[in-house]
Design a protein around this ligand. Structure first.
Ligand SMILES: Cc1ncc(C[n+]2csc(CCOP(=O)(O)OP(=O)(O)O)c2C)c(N)n1
Ligand SMILES: [Mg+2]
Length: 630
C-alpha cells in the first residue's frame, strides 16, 4: 500500500486495540499536537486525511499536551492513550518533562516529535542542534532518558518493527511509560509500499500474570504467623482494577490497608480496614500501624520516599516485607520477598489461601480506633473557621462536600498533594488523581482536561496553587475550545507555601519563595505583587468566580457545578495554617556548615531525625513450602 510514512503511522495507530478481561477497545483515542515545519507537512497531512479515524486536538504547549495524555490514560486505567505530535527543536524538547511524568507514573503515551532531515540535504534545518563531533545526535536524544522505548525512523522500512515494539511497551503493565518515535521531517513525507498486513486490526492483550502458587502459599503462611500485618496499596491496585478484590479481602481478613498517593481511593475512606494515606503525607493511623507492623505487604507500589517516609515509616526491627507487583523492578525494593504478579490476580490468590483467617480482634479494634481519631481530625481541619483568610484544609473540605461520589479531584505539586493525601475522603477508585511520582507543577489543568475527556460523566475538580497556575495554565484555552468543562480551584497564597514551609524546616527561612517585591533589604520580602490570576483566567476564556470567604466559595462551587462552562474559582488562603501533622518525616539534607542559627538548629533536628532511617538491607525470606507439609 503506497503511503507516506506519516500516513502509514496514523493508519496503524487507528487500528490498534487492547483487550483485558474479555473487553476490547481502541487504544488510541486521538492525537494531540502542535504543528511546525517539523510535522505540518508529514503528520499534519496524514492527520487531516484521517481525522475520522484519529481525531486531532490542538494543544497550547507540548509539555502540557503530554500531561493531558497522561491524565486521560491514567483515568482509563492505562487501557486508552493519546499520541502527541510536535515539530522539530523546541516543540520536541518541550516534551521532555511530560515524558518524565508519564514514565515515572508508568502511564502510556506515544510521543511523535519531528526530527532533523535524514537526507541532510538542507542542513542545518531551522532549530537543529548541530553537534560538531557527530551528525547522529539531535535534541530528540534528550528524550531517551525519559522514554521506555525510543526509536528514530531514518528509513520507511524501519517503521513496521518500531511500531510493533512501541505497542508492546505501551500496552505492557510492567514496561509502560513514554514511548518516543522520532520522525525526521523528510522521512514523514516519503512514500513507500507498506505491506497490507501492517494495517490489519491488531488486539494487544494486557497481561495479568498470576503469582507462582508456592509464593502465595509462602505469603499466606507469613500472614497467619503475623500479629500486626499491614497492606500498602499503590497505584497498581487501581490500574489492575483490583479494588473490589482488595475491599473484600481487607473486610474478611481484617488486614488494615494504607494507601500511597497513586493508590489512594483503592478503598473508600470509611472502609472498616482503611487507614488512609501512609508516609510523609500520611495519617497518624497509618503511620502508627506502619511503625510497629511485623509484616508489610506492598501491592502495586513503587515505594517512593514519600510512601516510606524516606525509609523511616517501618520501625519494627523484625518487620518482614513482601512485594506483589507486576513490575519485577519494584518487587525487590526494601529487600522484600518478591512476588511478580498482577495486583488483582495476586490478591485473589492470597484471599483464597486465607478465607478462614482473621487478624487478632484487639489489633483490629486498635487500628479502627486510630482511623476514627484521624477522621475526626479531618473534620476539624475541614471546619477550622480560620480568619480572616481560611486555611487550605477548609477549601479542601468545601470541595469534598460539594462533590459527588464519582467526581474526581486532580492535583500535582505544592502543598495541595500532601494536604489532599491526608484529608481527601476518597469515595471512588478513580476519584482521587494526584500526580506524585514527578510532582510536576503545571500538570494540574492540562491533566484535568484529559481526565474529563476520559470521564465526561464525572465532575472534575482541578486544585492548583498560584505557583503551578503561573507555570502552565494555557490548556484552559484548549478546554474552552473543545467545550470540555473542568472546575479549577485556584488557591492564592502569594508564592510557594509548600517550599516555604520546607525551607523553614531546613533553616533557610522561606528565602525566595514569596511573590513579593524586592525591598530595602534586597530580598523578596516587600509588598505583595499586584498579580491578578483570576483576570488572567478570564482572559483565556474561562468563566471566573472570585470567593472572599468559605461561604462564598461554597456558593461558587455550586454555581460552577451547575454550569456547562470551564470555571475557575479563585480563593485566597492563609499559607501559615498547616494541615494536621502526620507524625512522619522526609529526608531533605540540611547544610552541614552554616552561619545562621536557624540552619544550625535545623541540622541538629535533621541529624536526630535521621536516626529513624533504616537501610532495609536485611532480606525478607519466605517459607519455601507450606509449614504443614514439612
Ligand atoms: C516544574 C516544577 N518546578 C519546581 C518544583 C518544585 N516545587 C514543588 S512545589 C513548588 C511550589 C508550588 O507553588 P504553588 O503551586 O503556589 O503551591 P503552594 O506551595 O503554594 O501550595 C515548587 C517550586 C516542582 N515540583 N515542579
Ligand atoms: Mg502558592
Amino acid at each position: 500500500m503506497r503511503l507516506t510514512v506519516a500516513q502509514a503511522l496514523v493508519r496503524f495507530l487507528s487500528v490498534q486495540s487492547v483487550e483485558r478481561d474479555g473487553h476490547t477497545n481502541r487504544f488510541f483515542s486521538g492525537c494531540l499536537g502542535i504543528f511546525g515545519h517539523g510535522n505540518v507537512a508529514g503528520l499534519g497531512e496524514a492527520l487531516l486525511q484521517s481525522s475520522d479515524d484519529l481525531p486531532y486536538y490542538l494543544a497550547r504547549n507540548e509539555q502540557a499536551m503530554v500531561h493531558t495524555a497522561v491524565g486521560y490514560s491514567r483515568m482509563s486505567n492505562r487501557l486508552r492513550a493519546f499520541a502527541c505530535t510536535t515539530s522539530v527543536g523546541p516543540g520536541a524538547t518541550n516534551l521532555v518533562t511530560g515524558a518524565a511524568v508519564a514514565t515515572t507514573n508508568r502511564i502510556p503515551v506515544l510521543l511523535l516529535p519531528g526530527d532533523v532531515f535524514a537526507t541532510r540535504r538542507a542542513n542545518p534545518v531551522l532549530q537543529e542542534l548541530e553537534d560538531p563531533s557527530t551528525m547522529d545526535v539531535s535534541v530528540n536524544d534528550s528524550l531517551r532518558a525519559v522514554s521506555r522505548y525510543f526509536d528514530r525512523i531514518w528509513r520507511p522500512e524501519q517503521l513496521p518493527q518500531a511500531l510493533i515494539h512501541a505497542m508492546r511497551v505501551l500496552t505492557d503493565p510492567a514496561e509502560t511509560g513514554a514511548v518516543t518515535l522520532a520522525l525526521p521531517e523528510d522521512v514523514q513525507t516519503e512514500s513507500f509500499d507498506f505491506p497490507e498486513a501492517l494495517f490489519s486490526p491488531r488486539v494487544w492483550t494486557v497481561r495479568r500474570p498470576p503469582a507462582e502458587v508456592s509464593r502465595i502459599k509462602g505469603l499466606a503462611t507469613m500472614v497467619r504467623a503475623s500479629k500486626r500485618p499491614l497492606l500498602v496499596a499503590g497505584g497498581g491496585v487501581i490500574y489492575a482494577d483490583a479494588t473490589s478484590v482488595l475491599d473484600a479481602f481487607a473486610a474478611s481478613s481484617g488486614v488494615p490497608v494504607a494507601e500511597t498517593q497513586a493508590g489512594k481511593g483503592a478503598l473508600r475512606f470509611d472502609h472498616v480496614a482503611s487507614l488512609g494515606a501512609i508516609g510523609a503525607t500520611g495519617t497518624t493511623a497509618a503511620n502508627e500501624i506502619a511503625r510497629d507492623a511485623d509484616l508489610v505487604i506492598g501491592v502495586g507500589t513503587r515505594w517512593s520516599d514519600f510512601t516510606t517516609a524516606s525509609n523511616s515509616v517501618f520501625q519494627n526491627p523484625e518487620v518482614k516485607i513482601v512485594n506483589i507487583n507486576v513490575t519485577p523492578f519494584d518487587t525487590t525494593k526494601l529487600s522484600g520477598a518478591p512476588i511478580v504478579a498482577d495486583a488483582r490476580e495476586g490478591l485473589t490468590q492470597l484471599a483464597e489461601q486465607l478465607v478462614d483467617w482473621h487478624v487478632d480482634e484487639a489489633f483490629e479494634r486498635h487500628y479502627r480506633d486510630l482511623a476514627r481519631q484521624w477522621n475526626e481530625k479531618v473534620q476539624r481541619a475541614y471546619d477550622l473557621g480560620h480568619l480572616p483568610l481560611p486555611g487550605q484544609s477548609e477549601v479542601i473540605g468545601a470541595v469534598e462536600a460539594s462533590s459527588a461520589n464519582r467526581d474526581v479531584v486532580v492535583a500535582a505539586a505544592g502543598s495541595l498533594p500532601g494536604d489532599l493525601h491526608k484529608l481527601w475522603r476518597a469515595r471512588d477508585p478513580k476519584g482521587y488523581h494526584v500526580e506524585y511520582a514527578f510532582s510536576c507543577m503545571g500538570y494540574e489543568i492540562a491533566a484535568g482536561l484529559g481526565v474529563k475527556m476520559a470521564a465526561p460523566d464525572r465532575e472534575v475538580y482541578v486544585m492548583v496553587g498560584d505557583g503551578s497556575y503561573l507555570m502552565l495554565n494555557a490548556e484552559l484555552v484548549t478546554a474552552v475550545q473543545e467545550g470540555v468543562k473542568i472546575i479549577v480551584i485556584l488557591v492564592i497564597n502569594h508564592g510557594f507555601q509548600s517550599i516555604g514551609a520546607l525551607s523553614e524546616s531546613v533553616g533557610v527561612e522561606r528565602f525566595g519563595t514569596k511573590y513579593r517585591f524586592r525591598d530595602a533589604t534586597g530580598q523578596l520580602t516587600g509588598a505583595t505583587l499586584p498579580v491578578d490570576l483570576a483576570a488572567n483566567a478570564a482572559s483565556l476564556g474561562a468563566t471566573v468566580l472570585r470567593a472572599a470567604t468559605i461561604e462564598e466559595f461554597r456558593d461558587a462551587l455550586a454555581t460552577a457545578r451547575s454550569s456547562s462552562m470551564t470555571t475557575v474559582i479563585e480563593i485566597e488562603t492563609d499559607p501559615m495554617v498547616p494541615a494536621p501533622d502526620s507524625a512522619s518525616w522526609w529526608d531533605v539534607p540540611v547544610a552541614e556548615v552554616a552561619t545562621r542559627e536557624s540552619t544550625r538548629d535545623a541540622l541538629a533536628r535533621y541529624e536526630s531525625e535521621r536516626k529513624l532511617q533504616r537501610d532495609f538491607l536485611a532480606a525478607t525470606t519466605m517459607p519455601t513450602r507450606d509449614a504443614n507439609s514439612t
